[in-house]
Design a protein around this ligand. Structure first.
Ligand code: PSV
Ligand code: MN
Ligand code: MN
Length: 388
């Protein structure tokens, strides 16, 4: 059995992966949303489900909220509820993609009244962050156009910068803004924040508290995502990850399921660039569990990240450096592949047990009967708000 060194285990112990509240709601495609028995009926129940994931893995101490999906009257009560369950409230995600007014744009809109409304929504999110104790405001914009000539792309970039400046000015000293990019969808011709370069240009003009969010599902097929990870870490602007997997577009499948090797390569650059257990770099999932059970889907996800992190930490750095210096092409590649092909699961199971955690969190959760319990207790669970 492969053993993991004390140093590797210490690094793994520090790993934290934030869960998205919306992963626990029902979701689907534009064709159908399939309901799951026991789906949370409100944000309190979503947080309770997220706390289960952390209970079985000790990997997921925070939960991200999405406003207005997770709007409640009393955020202090939501925060206490989370803390009572051993987790904390994390990133607040804004939402400017489900309001009729935003059909032609929000933070980029040429209509000042609509742009004002979108800015004010973000200011409200920051107010909520003060109550929830959240550090990060995550902005993903569904803005763009469908036809050449439909919009003045240049004017929209300028208005976006102005809107972001107004939002940035409201951040508290310890708060941050992360701007997420996505290459297409819902717009099919141009998107206002389509790539890391645009996100970087926009946040660099704001200041130190603005960073880029990299969602692994938001790139064209074939994109070398680990190169982007390397570059953003190098520039000190990688603020957060939204982890998921994709076969085709923004599939939001379980991280590490479609292409485990890509996840390994990404985490290799995270380790190389000092991004692991670095407070500047938030690890988050952004997934939907359309057909599988949601709590085990999230348990599987955080375990996949943990396993690939362990493999990335196993890379023999000294040997790799030497092979690279010697232009030993196949030798260097072989060193990387040796780590990738190492099965760390038995060692991780043993280590979990030594920390009082289940050796196999998936099996332990399945045996707990929890899914049946919530199915009996909860009737009429909510949609995630996504894919409806
Ligand atoms: C958009 O596709 C996205 O991935 C953004 O990350 C949002 O945060 C998430 O979906 C839900 O809004
Ligand atoms: Mn995302
Ligand atoms: Mn997405």
């Amino acid at each position: 059995m492969t053993t993991l060194s004390h140093d590797i285990l210490t690094q793994l112990e520090g790993q934290a992966i934030e869960l998205p509240s919306w992963a626990f709601g029902n979701s689907g495609t534009r064709f159908r949303v399939f309901a799951t028995a026991g789906t949370p009926r409100d944000p309190f129940e979503k947080i309770a489900d997220a706390a289960e994931v952390n209970r079985y893995t000790a990997l997921a101490p925070t939960v991200a909220l999405h406003i207005p999906w997770d709007k409640v009257d009393d955020y202090a009560a939501l925060r206490r509820h989370a803390e009572d369950l051993g987790v904390q409230l994390g990133t607040v995600n804004s939402n400017t993609f489900q309001d009729e007014d935003y059909k032609f744009g929000a933070l980029t809109h040429h209509d000042e009244a609509i742009r004002r409304k979108a800015i004010d929504h973000h200011l409200e999110c920051i107010d909520i962050m003060h109550e929830t104790g959240s550090r990060d405001l995550k902005i993903w914009l569904a803005e763009g156009s469908n036809y050449p000539g439909q919009n003045d792309m240049r004017g929209r970039q300028d208005r976006l910068q102005d809107s972001l400046q107004q939002i940035y000015a409201r951040l508290g000293d310890a708060q941050r803004l992360v701007l997420e990019y996505k290459f297409f969808e819902p717009s099919f011709y141009h998107t206002d924040v389509p790539d890391w370069g645009t996100s970087y240009a926009q946040v660099a003009a704001l200041g130190d508290k603005a960073m880029v969010c990299l969602d692994t599902g938001h790139h064209a097929p074939g994109t070398n995502i680990e190169f982007i990870v390397m570059q953003l870490l190098r520039l000190g602007k990688l603020g957060s990850f939204d982890f998921n997997s994709r076969f085709y577009a923004d599939d939001d499948l379980i991280v590490g399921s479609a292409d485990p090797f890509q996840l390994f390569r990404i985490l290799t650059e995270v380790v190389r660039g000092g991004g692991l257990n670095n407070p500047d770099v938030a690890f988050m999932l952004d997934q939907c569990h359309n057909i599988e059970d949601k709590i085990p889907g999230q348990i599987r996800s955080v375990l996949n990240v943990q396993e690939m992190t362990a493999r990335a930490l196993l890379i023999d750095r000294d040997a790799l450096d030497a092979a690279q210096q010697a232009n030993d092409v196949l030798g260097a590649n072989g060193i990387l592949m040796d780590a990738f092909y190492t099965d760390v699961r038995p060692a991780l199971a043993e280590w979990r047990e030594s920390r009082g955690l289940p050796a196999n969190p998936m099996a332990a959760f399945a045996a707990s009967g929890h899914l049946q319990k919530i199915a009996d207790e909860r009737v009429g669970g909510t949609q995630a708000g996504w894919g409806a």
